[in-house]
Design a protein around this ligand. Structure first.
Ligand SMILES: Cc1cc2nc3c(=O)[nH]c(=O)nc-3n(C[C@H](O)[C@H](O)[C@H](O)COP(=O)(O)O)c2cc1C
Length: 228
């Protein structure tokens, strides 16, 4: 009997400060362990965005414009994303309660062409406030004719209010984790090592589910590690 071809998964993603990137690298390790073929396509802004932004006024402007869902124009996409995949993982950070500018641009430009009749698993990296982003993105994907059986969210494990202030300072180009008093409450920006390990486990679970042709909706991604 001919051997079944391995499932193929396309990652379409944007990452500003490397957090989504880290999660996806680990998801990919888990998927590849299960024999899944992974293709990665990073969205590249026409005018590259610099992380950190570098100062407080520019950071405030970025927060405000992204609250009003400012789009980030993109470079032309590669041919890889025109092929057929068993699953598309659409990943990126939350920006002011919304999907990031590059993902919004992609949805405007290519949403229908890419996602119609496709199975899509959104992956969100955020400091902690992701629901509006998720509901908005799911609505857009449904409108394009996509199927969205599940979603993955990872939020930063630091406690509030340090997490919000820490993210703001980090984007502005400061090193909040090194500040004398603040640093006691805020040890690091972004996701933890155990969250990356969790992403790897999620990758393996997705791989098994695809191989067995089962429903991704049955996986519980809302664990205490992903969403502490
Ligand atoms: C302009 C901007 C706005 C943000 N707004 C939110 C937000 O509304 N909710 C949230 O949880 N995180 C917010 N964040 C934090 C990012 O979602 C978080 O740091 C994420 O892990 C970054 O992922 P990335 O490194 O892949 O870009 C914001 C970050 C930026 C740069």
């Amino acid at each position: 009997m001919p051997k079944a071809l391995p499932p193929k998964v396309l990652f379409i993603y944007y990452s500003f400060s490397g957090q989504t990137n880290g999660l996806l690298n680990h998801l990919a390790i888990g998927l590849r362990q299960e024999g899944v073929e992974v293709v990665m396509e990073k969205l590249r802004p026409l005018k590259p965005l610099r992380f950190p932004v570098g100062n407080i006024p520019q950071t405030l402007i970025m927060m405000l414009t992204t609250f009003f869902r400012a789009r980030t124009p993109l470079q032309p996409r590669s041919k890889l994303i025109n092929k057929k995949y068993n699953l598309i993982i659409l990943a990126g950070p939350t920006w002011s309660y919304n999907p990031s500018g590059p993902i919004l641009s992609l949805m405007d430009q290519d949403g229908e062409a890419l996602f119609r009749d496709q199975k899509i698993l959104p992956v969100i990296s955020c400091r902690g406030y992701w629901r509006m982003h998720w509901y908005g993105l799911r609505k857009k994907l449904f409108k394009c004719g996509g199927q969205v059986p599940n979603h993955i969210v990872f939020s930063h494990p630091s406690k509030e209010p340090w997490r919000t202030i820490g993210v703001f300072l980090k984007i502005a180009g400061k090193a909040p984790e090194r500040l004398r008093i603040f640093g006691k409450f805020y040890q690091r920006y972004g996701h933890s090592k155990i969250q990356l390990e969790e992403a790897e486990k999620f990758g393996a679970l997705i791989g098994q589910t695809l191989k067995e042709n089962k429903d991704l909706a049955a996986i519980n991604f809302h664990t205490d590690i992903a969403l502490p």
